[in-house]
Design a protein around this ligand. Structure first.
Ligand SMILES: Cc1cc2nc3c(=O)[nH]c(=O)nc-3n(C[C@H](O)[C@H](O)[C@H](O)COP(=O)(O)O)c2cc1C
Length: 264
């Protein structure tokens, strides 16, 4: 079973490729955390790097997994450049459950957070061709049940970023917020938020469901944001912005093989 967490589709696309190449199935980590996986002989985790660490929901979801101590466990981390502590923080959680990670590898992909710094993630699509050989090697290693840890030496950055004072400085850098003058209340963001953290607020301030109401309601982001930036990249009005900077349509990104419906 290959479990994934994905905002803009890089991790889902890679999880799907690994699953296809190793005859495994794909499941979201959210579903995996509510499923009895104790009979699975192979467990894969594919999740992104956020701030040189694993995304906060990944830590929480991994704590809830029910997996066998005898399973062959691998971790693959798609990242823009450096994984920092993204592997080790999760390996530690698994170790506390008596499960050890047999194999881990990072793979470089377009960095969806570039949009938050006024840059276009789409210009990084060259990484798919450049690192295709690595994904092929990862798949063949997993098929052969290899034991190896391939990681970067940026653990110090990961440790630093996970310090509360540093988190307070870094997290606002990529915090999405709704520009109410652009939002038409179509509800796309509410439907696709993996944390179910976005609701539509009606003209009178009453909460509505994400059903595409275009009568003056706007989206409201709650306090469980994972900063996956899916809402920023998929908003058809470019109404979800980061740090108050306008979101440019040409900077919106998702993995080319993953469509909106795959992420619902
Ligand atoms: C909030 C945030 C923080 C990120 N921090 C890092 C980082 O520290 N190092 C890195 O290499 N990539 C970083 N990235 C890039 C993601 O790891 C990369 O785009 C990943 O492929 C996203 O996966 P997804 O498309 O499945 O959501 C960050 C992305 C986001 C949204």
């Amino acid at each position: 079973m290959v479990l994934y967490f994905s905002g803009t589709g890089n991790c889902l696309a890679i999880a799907k490729k690994i699953a296809a190449g190793t005859d495994e199935r794909v499941m979201s980590l959210y579903e995996g955390a509510e499923t009895d996986l104790s009979q699975e002989k192979v467990i894969g985790l594919v999740y992104p790097t956020y701030y040189f660490n694993a995304p906060a929901p990944v830590h929480e979801l991994v704590k809830s997994l029910s997996i066998s101590k005898d399973a062959y466990v691998f971790v693959v981390i798609p990242c823009g450049a450096q994984t920092g502590n993204a592997i080790w923080s999760v390996a530690r959680i698994l170790r506390s459950k008596g499960v050890s990670v047999a194999y881990c590898h990072k793979i470089r992909v377009p960095d969806c957070s570039a949009i938050g710094f006024g840059r276009d993630p789409n210009v990084q699509k060259w990484k798919f061709d450049k690192y295709a050989y690595r994904l092929a090697k990862i798949i063949s290693d997993i098929r052969e049940r290899r034991h190896a840890h391939h990681f970067g030496a940026w653990g110090l950055a990961g440790w630093l970023c996970s310090q509360p004072w540093m988190e307070r400085k870094t997290q606002p850098l990529l915090q999405p917020a709704v520009n109410q003058s652009l939002c038409i209340g179509c509800g796309t963001c509410a439907k696709i938020c993996p944390q179910e953290n976005i609701s539509l607020v009606g003209p009178a301030g009453g909460k509505q469901t994400g059903q595409g109401n275009e009568t003056g309601s706007t989206a409201l982001i709650g306090d469980k944001c994972a900063q996956c930036l899916r809402c920023v990249h998929f908003c058809p009005q470019q109404a979800i912005e980061i740090a108050g900077k306008p979101t440019l349509k040409q900077h919106q990104y998702h993995h080319p093989e993953i469509k909106l419906k795959d992420l619902l």
